[in-house]
Design a protein around this ligand. Sequence first.
Ligand SMILES: Nc1ncnc2c1ncn2[C@@H]1O[C@H](COP(=O)(O)OP(=O)(O)OP(=O)(O)O)[C@@H](O)[C@H]1O
Ligand SMILES: [Mg+2]
Length: 400
Amino acid sequence: MDKLASMDPLKNPFSPGAGSPPPELAGRGPLLDQARITLGRIKSGRPERSVLMVGLRGVGKTVLLNRIRELADELGFSSILIAAHEGKSLGELLLPALRQVLIQLDRMAQISQKTKLGLRILKSFFNGLKTKFHDLEIGIEVDPETGIADSGNLESDLAQVFIALGEAASDRGHAIALIIDEMQYLSEKELSALIMAMHQISQRQLPVVLAGAGLPQLVALAGRSKSYAERLFQFPEVGALDPIDAMLAVQEPVQEQGMQFSDNALQEIVRQTKGYPYFLQEWGYQAWNIASGSPIEIAVVKRATQESIRRLDANFFRVRFDRLTPREKEYLRALADMGDTTQRSGDIAERLNVKVQSIAPVRNGLIKKGMIFSPAHGDTAFTVPLFSEFMKRIMPFEKK
Ligand SMILES: Nc1ncnc2c1ncn2[C@@H]1O[C@H](COP(=O)(O)OP(=O)(O)OP(=O)(O)O)[C@@H](O)[C@H]1O
Ligand SMILES: [Mg+2]
């Protein structure tokens, strides 16, 4: 084998990047099996809790949602995929997607009054929103169903839209998968409206399922919005891969190309990345480009570590750091110095020499930006794996 040519960067199988499908989706079999069961049950009109996956940055939530969408499509669902973000309301994000699904239902063979009604209700929902967002466009050529879903109160309107959608789908013997990424960015009101709408759907056993993902604070947010959220949703945790799966995630793609990592090299990758999917892709990617042949040895991985950290510092970590205010940076720097684990919020305040109450707005700002979360009341932890080490690199000295 021509060794140099065989490490052709063009053939590099790894895919570090937000939502990029990995060459080997390691360790997620049980989660996907569960999703398959949930979808299958909803499709056949059986009750099942919707799925909200939670996990830190870069663990593979978006990749899983995309995979769930494919599964839903294979099972004959119509799926809607949106990603919440700061600065755009849930209504605005949902409207075009819901419109598309209803129009798709409307085009199916026989005429369905329920679908027509669904479209009219969507139109009136749109009218309700329009008073808030003047430049909205919808382009549905039907008269609104005046008086339904147009109150402008999201909680009642959204439920009515969902019921109409569910009934239209059910009338067609069809099912709908609503897939929402970055759910932690929804406001409490929006989350509450969404939960309430899904509650109505499940009471009527309509064929609509919600598959969502978000940072770990989503569980508490959902519980605060509606206390029954726990009974309505499953919250599977998506975390780092265990060492065996982590090794598989990098070894398989390389073996696919007729090459391999040595055992020591694999162990070093697991040690450095702690099994976090994003980092596995990054380390694999760098190691491939540095290696001159197979097996890829530990010395190559050590160089890959330097290169990966340099790249992460310039991109993955950096973009997040640049969005912080000086006080937020100080807060995270103090947290970083206390270690990579969960800390008591009181201890962080003490370290910063301030009262817990006076630093609370800074902490809340960081939670909103998705930088930290509260694993339990009064606790604080980073949402971005390995961020504490980055904070120490970028701010070598803690300001006291
Ligand atoms: N099971 C897996 N095995 C190996 N690599 C994976 C796996 N899941 C995801 N990845 C890789 O991890 C990276 C991050 O995936 P993804 O963007 O889905 O994470 P995320 O949880 O959505 O992150 P964020 O919270 O920042 O949106 C991608 O490069 C992807 O290819
Ligand atoms: Mg994502």
